[in-house]
Design a protein around this ligand. Sequence first.
Ligand code: SAM
Length: 277
Amino acid sequence: MATLDGLPPLRDVIQRYGLDARKALGQNFLFDLNLTQKIARSAGPLDDATVFEVGPGPGGLTRAILSLGAKKVIAIERDSRCLPALAEIGDYYPGRLEVIEGDALKTDFAALAPEGPVKIIANLPYNVGTQLLLNWLLPENGQWPPFWESLTLMFQREVGLRIVADEDDDHYGRLGVLAGWRTEARMVFDVPPQAFSPPPKVTSTVVHLTPRQNPLPCDVGKLERVTQAAFGQRRKMLRQSLKPLGGESLLVKAGIDPSRRAETLSVEEFVRLANCL
Ligand code: SAM
């Protein structure tokens, strides 16, 4: 059967290389190249870009990124069973696909990033998706703006809602504050369970994030401490939840009513609190 890009259908690839999906690795594969191209297109033009992809698996999204003209894809995959299938894609796009066998959580992306625009596109394994996002939002080396110019990532819809949430939204929490502080984040489109093999239990969503060039100045560690304390007891008034950090006097210093609750504070107010710590 002909495919959009001339490579064999993904179902055949899976069968040929015996890539039965493993739950422990968060494997839910996408087979529809129209859909993987739609995901890749939501990252904007790719012509000049190097793309980091986490978890290429059998390569459905990798193929889409390459067919849309990315200069190079650097893909990090933990499951060695996928490497022969990815090598086939590499042969089809000579010199444009580099596969690194390893754990993305332990990968120093900034050190691997070449000169020029870098985008990150991934259908993330759900068990490590949030931690990877935090690693990209709060890099250990403190570099901001970061090495990447956008993140286009698939999450469970519930997590996507938390990433893009603003104050007074039920999904607003630590993730929304940290993402909102450093990036502009939006949900692009939902993907139903049936689009994956095997289908996950919940709907997924593609989230697109671009870094703010000048986020409000703030110490990351302090912002993490206030958000952790405030949302750790999100139903309580801030004078109570922030007690270990100074409670009422900290709030008064920041000009914030101590009877308010965490979910009513804007990102700017959280930054003010962190800066008063
Ligand atoms: N990109 C493929 C697709 O869209 O069909 C596969 C996506 S699947 C949701 C997640 C992939 O991430 C799997 O191939 C899995 O082996 C890989 N993976 C899981 N944990 C990983 C980790 N810590 N580092 C790198 N890859 C990982």
